[in-house]
Design a protein around this ligand. Structure first.
Ligand code: OAD
Length: 223
């Protein structure tokens, strides 16, 4: 099984901005204001507006050839897809099962009871939870300082993988940034597919736009 970790670079050619490249989201917004529990407590309207915009952008985006190729690999039963992306372009390209370690922007969550549901187009601070009635509603995304989703399953999947591939991620946010070293420690081969080398310790790398290099790599695997 091939463990595939994806990041914002996968969706860049679908028009969704990355975080740390020139003009990226974290060059335009202060992440401590819009992507932390403390920022939400201080200014919920600002945070909800930020994610309302992300939700609208993601809904309007179309999967690119890299999403299509990874979805094909998933349907062929060859890959475990794990994404840091909060968009659902892999699913919309036909992937059956994607682990969203940083959540999904098209879902809302109750901070009191943990219920999740499809988010409305625009969330507002006065929304209430349909399950418990609490006015503790937030986007179902993982903020800095919070625990990503699926970590136990991810650890098990990494232990079973015979290849670890990272696609379009800068490798700066832990724990995902540590997966490559973990895989190497387990003796698993590691491959980076990125616009340019991230500097993380991969055994191999292929560089260029995801829409070109990912389909080419998938073709080789499925040949
Ligand atoms: P980054 O913005 O940190 O990195 C994007 C990566 O994609 C860089 O390595 C770019 O070189 C690469 N890239 C850009 N365009 C590309 C293209 N067309 N084809 C291939 N690669 C391309 O985004 P992530 O690594 O995904 O977390 O960021 C990780 C996490 O940091 C995000 O999930 C988010 C953010 O803060 C949270 O919000 C919790």
């Amino acid at each position: 099984m091939i463990f595939v970790l994806t990041g914002a670079g996968l969706s860049a050619e679908s028009g969704l901005g990355t975080f740390r490249d020139e003009g990226g989201l974290w060059t335009q917004y202060d992440l401590s204001e819009v992507a932390t529990p403390e920022g939400y407590a201080r200014n919920p309207v600002k945070v909800l507006d930020f994610y309302n915009a992300r939700r609208a952008n993601a809904a309007g985006a179309v999967p690119n050839r890299a999403h299509d190729a990874l979805a094909r690999l998933d349907r062929a039963g060859r890959a475990r897809l794990v994404t840091q992306n909060v968009d659902t372009l892999l699913e919309r390209a036909g992937a059956r099962d994607v682990w969203h370690m940083h959540g999904r922007v098209d879902h809302a969550k109750c901070d009191k009871c943990g219920a999740t549901w499809p988010a409305p187009e625009r969330m507002c601070p006065f929304d209430t939870c349909g399950a418990c009635g609490a006015q503790k509603v937030r986007p179902d995304v993982v903020w800095f300082g919070e625990m990503p989703y699926h970590l136990d399953e991810i650890e098990a999947a990494l232990a079973e993988a015979d290849l670890f591939v990272a696609v379009g991620t800068s490798g700066t946010v832990y724990p995902a940034a540590g997966f490559v070293e973990h895989a190497r420690m387990l003796g698993t081969r590691t491959l980076e597919l990125n616009l340019e080398p991230s500097g993380a310790p991969f055994d191999d790398g292929r560089y260029g736009p995801a829409s070109r290099i990912v389909p080419a790599w998938v073709e080789e695997i499925l040949d």
